[in-house]
Every structure is written in C-alpha cells, then in structure tokens.
Ligand binder design. Structure first.
Ligand code: AMP
Length: 191
C-alpha cells in the first residue's frame, strides 16, 4: 500500500505520518526532511535546495523527482509500501509518480488530504519555528510557502479527486481524533 499525505505546509502531514508508520508499517518519505538532511550534510543537492527552501520556493521538479525515485528504488524498507509526505507538490510530480509506480507494478492507493484553515496553519508554523528553529518557519517565508501551495500544489486536489483517490480529512482538532479519521478512510477501503 502506498499513501500520499497531502496538505498545506503546517497541516500536520509529518505528525500524522509518524502515527501511520506505526499502525501500517509503511516507510515514511518526507521530501522536506530528505532535503534538510542534504543541507545539514552539505551535499551538492543540499547546496541547491537551500536557496529554494529559504525563499519558500519549490525545488525544480526534475531534481525532486529524481531524488524521490532513487529512494524508493534503493531503500529495501520502501518495497512494502510508502507514505509520501510533501510529494507530489506539482502536477508534473504527480504524473511522474504515476508513471514510476506503474513501471514497478505499484500504485498510489489513497491520497489523504488534511484540510486546515489558513490562520491555523500560520499559527502552527510560527510555533514550530519558535520550538525547533526550523529556518523556513518565519513569517516572510511562510507567506511565500502558502502562496506557492495555492498556485502549484492545490491543483493536485482535483487531479486526485478525478482519479477517485482523494480522501478529505478535517485537519483541525486533536492529533488522535484526526488520526482515527485517517485510519477510517484507509480501512474503509479495505472492507
Ligand atoms: P516540507 O518540509 O514538506 O514543508 O518542505 C520544506 C521545503 O522543501 C519546501 O518549502 C520546498 O522548498 C522543499 N520541498 C519539499 N518537498 C518538495 C517537493 N515535492 N517539490 C519541491 N520542493 C519540495
């Protein structure tokens, strides 16, 4: 089973992914985490990614797609199933993902869409910035990230609705309640 966890920055994708890996034994790939790790290790990819991330922009599709495919192909733990957190973020990425999965006889089974009001997203990211020191959780970059989300990423909702894969989840409320909603959406499909 391969799952995409979808939503604006600050919608709780990372938090819910942690709970999903526990219950479903899937391998978690957060493209944001992967890039932040490259930056911390000062790799060539990290050098490129840093400029984009600090401006709240997306890194180029071709590079992001290559990074993701390499992880899925080479990580043994990813063979059983993955939770994609922060990918895809553009239609081009979603189309590449469909092709890649099909090539490997796999598919994206569910797209879990966490929907959270914008003022709550901003509050959460500001808090996270204060607690973790995450560089792009500052008011200016947050504004850009939300703009990019609305322009480039929200069209994916229609893309996955048309494919019959989009499961809308109210992303406000307690972490556990939200998780149970997600689990219901996933398990309901199995029955
Ligand atoms: P995240 O941790 O998912 O909020 O991602 C942090 C930042 O990493 C984003 O604002 C982008 O600059 C970059 N990033 C993460 N995932 C992607 C992606 N799928 N495509 C392009 N850029 C990405």
């Amino acid at each position: 089973m391969n799952i995409v966890i979808f939503g604006a920055p600050g919608s709780g994708k990372g938090t819910q992914s942690e709970k999903l890996i526990e219950r479903y034994g899937l391998y978690h790939i957060s493209t944001g985490e992967v890039l932040r790790d490259h930056i911390a290790r000062k790799t060539p990819i990290g050098q490129i990614a840093k400029t984009y991330i600090n401006q709240g922009q997306l890194i180029p599709d071709s590079l992001m797609i290559r990074i993701l495919e390499e992880i899925i192909e080479n990580e043994p733990k990813a063979q059983k199933g993955v939770i994609l957190d922060g990918f895809p973020r553009t239609i081009a990425q979603a189309e590449a993902l469909d092709r890649f999965m099909a090539k490997h006889g796999r598919e994206v089974k569910h797209v879990i869409g966490l929907e959270v009001p914008e003022d709550e997203l901003i509050d959460r990211m500001i808090k996270r910035g204060q607690q973790t020191g995450r560089a792009d959780d500052n008011p200016e970059t947050i504004k850009n990230r939300l703009k990019v989300y609305h322009e480039s990423t929200t069209p994916l909702r229609e893309f996955y609705k048309n494919a019959g894969k989009y499961r809308k989840i109210n992303g406000s409320g307690s972490v556990n309640d939200i998780f149970e909603e997600i689990a219901k959406a996933i398990d309901g499909e199995k029955a």
